[in-house]
Write a protein that binds this ligand. Structure first.
Ligand code: URA
Length: 432
């Protein structure tokens, strides 16, 4: 039998609903990484997994195979001020307006921990953490491992791009899933996220598993299931993992777009900012700190007293950024007004798409983005508005992008009973 036939047999097995054994999973992931399994074969298997699902054992093994496709970092002896500190990280499954990493990472670093945050760039309507930070003049995402460890030791916090050797099987598979309609699969989302976090070498992890129109999974029950599966994978791999299940039916905060979200994060680090962002940041901080044995933490106090801001400035400077430099501003803005009177609703997906159309997001990997583009909401879900009142502003460097973004934003705007704030925590799970 040739390798091509082995792959066909494994695809057929999953197509017919059979549980794959460990050897089959290892062989398939390794073969795909080495180019022995063709992309069309891996795509077919991904689609079969979408329909048939995977058992917890298969998902764990698939995750381990993806971790083993590259190198696993060892951060166990990392020191700050000469003292070994625990590592703790946070990951969000992605939502509209979710810039919490920019605040949470330096906030956590005000305790004696290290936060190794390996992040990605955005694709489609959800923004990427690196794109947001790249709107800060001078800031660099690409650090080698020595630089990353050095920034972590000096400041306790680093946010940088994952190296090419971190779970390369996931990198290649994610690119395929993106163009074959196979992203929205609980086993594959869980394995994709957890393989990167396990390979990164963090000792503890808090997950923000989002549901609603702005998230990968619209349904809260599916998000709760994703949380269960990811926490189980973390526990099986020795990472102290917990998850909050949170709402993203409407955008988190008021800003959607790269520099606009950085500006909002600076407000939070200065002790202000939107309540939904502050509340969720503090919830995630308490959960992350509990995982490393710090149970009496008061994150809100450290946002208010300047410690988190000092930590952020140190982290940005250590990566070449100028925390005092003005952020880019769009040359063109246009406002949108409420059409009717009543309690306002914003649909997260629509607002995310409006920001993307204004130039803040990319259609293909590697495409340039407009750092200043995006949407600022002046009134948020649940606010009572009057017809004709200004409720949002679209920002764009390219004036020609404004009409489509405004149309999309108008379609995202509605009225109706309050559905509660973005970021509301509706489920929790701990694996330790
Ligand atoms: N984020 C990831 O890293 N992988 C997924 O599959 C979905 C979201």
């Amino acid at each position: 039998m040739t390798a091509r036939h082995d792959a066909v047999r494994i695809i057929e097995a999953k197509r017919d609903g059979r549980e794959l054994d460990d050897d089959e999973i290892d062989w398939m992931v390794d073969g795909f990484t080495r180019g022995v399994v063709a992309p069309e074969q891996m795509s077919a298997l991904a689609m079969a997994i979408c329909f048939r699902g995977m058992t917890d054992r298969e998902i764990s093994r698939w995750t381990t195979a993806m971790v083993d496709s590259g190198t696993r970092m060892d951060l166990s002896g990392l020191t700050r001020g000469g003292v070994v500190v625990p590592t703790v990280d946070k990951h969000s499954t992605g939502g509209v307006g979710d810039a919490i990493t920019l605040v949470l990472t330096p906030l956590l670093a005000t305790w004696d921990v290290a936060v190794p945050q390996l992040s990605g760039r955005g694709l489609g309507h959800t923004g990427g953490t690196l794109d947001k930070l790249e709107s800060i003049p001078g800031w660099r995402a690409d650090l080698d491992t020595d630089e990353m460890r050095s920034v972590l030791s000096r400041t306790g916090a680093v946010i940088c791009a994952a190296g090419a050797d971190l779970a390369p099987a996931d990198r290649a598979l994610y690119a395929l899933r993106d163009v074959t309609g196979t992203v929205a699969s609980i086993p594959m989302i869980a394995a994709s996220i957890m393989s990167k976090k396990i390979a990164e070498g963090t000792g503890a992890l808090v997950l923000d598993v989002k549901y609603g129109s702005g998230a990968f999974l619209p349904d809260p029950a599916e998000a709760a299931e994703l949380a269960r599966v990811m926490v189980g994978i973390g526990a099986a791999s020795g990472v102290r993992t917990s998850a909050l299940v949170t709402a993203n039916h409407t955008p988190l905060g008021r800003a959607v777009g790269n520099a606009l979200e950085v500006a909002e994060c600076l407000e939070i680090l200065a002790g202000g900012g939107p309540d939904d962002m502050v509340d969720l940041t503090c919830e995630l901080a308490r959960e992350a700190l509990a995982a490393v044995g710090i149970s009496d933490a008061d994150p809100r106090a450290r946002l208010g007293d300047g410690r988190a801001m000092d930590s952020y400035r140190a982290m940005i400077s250590a990566q070449g950024g100028d925390p005092d430099a003005p952020l880019p501003r769009a040359a063109h803005t246009e406002q949108i007004r409420a059409a009717t009177t009543g309690p306002l609703r914003w649909d997260a997906l629509g607002v995310g798409r409006a920001s993307w159309l204004s130039g803040a997001g990319r259609t293909r990997p590697g495409e340039a983005i407009d750092p200043a583009a995006g949407v600022v909401l002046h009134r948020v879900e649940g606010d009572h508005v009057h017809a004709g009142e200004v409720v949002a502003t679209v920002h764009a460097g390219d004036e020609g992008r404004l009409p489509a973004a405004l149309d999309e934003l108008a379609a995202a705007l509605g009225t109706g009973a309050d559905r509660g704030p973005a970021g509301a925590v509706t489920g929790r799970r701990r694996g330790w």
